[in-house]
Write a protein that binds this ligand. Structure first.
Ligand code: CP
Length: 321
């Protein structure tokens, strides 16, 4: 796997052979053919820095780091010098000079990591940035889809719900077509992006039942109220009024349509809004399998980035005296 990036901000930072390599390595980690082989000589130091709430992403990275035998630091932004006005770049350079090899970073600001594209102060993995992207969630979703169906060519995944605010949705539409998948984004008008803002061949729909009949996999999103400042959302959707009946997916709806297909959810799920409790407890639901797979997939991403041999990390490109 050549030139694995030192900053994984977007799915577009990876090429297809790097993605294939990650899936293959994650399979090895999952089936325990390989675990801490990297760190027999010197233990790397890996930090998480989550400036926005998380249950799944932060903890699965923390578990992945510790399973691999690396030293884990939980950088607490609230009690850090970021609160004294230190810039993010200075913060990353400080971590680098303390010996931190990699940081997993989450923020509610979209594209906050783009400033480091040319010259990363530290190896960085985007753990979700605003409404931009959540590449590691999309990669673990791909891994879970491939476990179900090793050849995804021609299969259709329908993403239901608040597509416009979903960073994982934005990563999935860049990732899954590379495996031959068709994508339908379904939801009320306010939660759908404009056709011209999408890659080609992504279908849009306001018709839940019609979309359910067309798809091979269901991917549900919660309504992401904390990100609704970028678009005007009608009050009835802010209050989740009627949403389950009109755009949510329930077990009884799938039974009525005779549609017994896998259901995915990145979490957190809002039961009674986009999904009902009967569906989340049913064997169609894959949310917990996605959580299980998050650990080997994130181990694979960490390992691939740590061994990329990038010598330019932490370099300061100012004048020399
Ligand atoms: N899927 C996901 O990003 O969940 P958390 O917000 O709990 O990390």
């Amino acid at each position: 796997m050549n030139s694995f990036p030192s900053l994984l901000e977007s799915i577009n930072d990876l090429n297809k052979s790097q993605i294939d390599g990650l899936i293959s390595l994650a399979n090895k980690f999952k089936h325990r053919e390989s675990e801490s082989s990297l760190f027999t000589y010197r233990r790397p130091i890996i930090a998480t820095s989550f400036l926005e709430n998380s249950t799944r992403t932060k903890h699965s990275f923390a578990i992945a780091i510790q399973k691999m035998g690396a030293i884990y630091i939980d950088f607490n932004a609230e009690t850090s010098s970021l609160k004294k006005g230190e810039s993010l770049e200075e913060t990353f350079l400080t971590l680098f000079n303390q010996g931190v090899n990699l940081c997993i970073f989450r923020s509610n600001i979209s594209n906050q990591l783009a400033q480091f594209k040319e010259s990363p102060p530290l190896k960085i993995i985007n753990g979700g940035d605003g409404i931009n992207e959540h590449p590691t969630q999309a990669l673990l979703d791909l891994f879970t889809l491939l476990e179900h169906t090793p050849d995804l060519q021609g299969k259709t995944l329908a993403i239901f719900g608040d597509n416009i605010h979903s960073r994982v949705g934005h990563s999935l539409i860049k990732l899954l077509p590379q495996f031959g998948m068709k994508i339908i984004l379904c939801g009320p008008e306010h939660f759908l992006p404009k056709k011209q803002d999408l890659p080609p061949n992504i279908e849009l729909s306001n018709n839940r039942d019609d979309t359910l009949l067309k798809c091979d996999f269901i991917y549900l999103l919660r309504i992401q109220k904390e990100r609704h400042d970028s678009v005007e959302v009608p009050l009835k959707y802010q209050e989740n009024f009627d949403y389950l009946e009109t755009f949510g997916v329930t077990l009884s709806k799938l039974k009525n349509l005779q549609k017994f297909i896998p259901v995915f959810h990145p979490g957190p799920a809002n039961i009674g809004v986009e999904i009902d409790s009967a569906l989340i407890k049913s064997s169609l639901y894959n949310g917990y399998l996605q959580v299980q797979n998050s650990i080997p997939v994130r181990m694979a991403i960490i390992q691939s980035m740590l061994v990329n041999n990038d010598k330019n990390i932490g370099n300061i490109h100012g004048e020399k005296f």
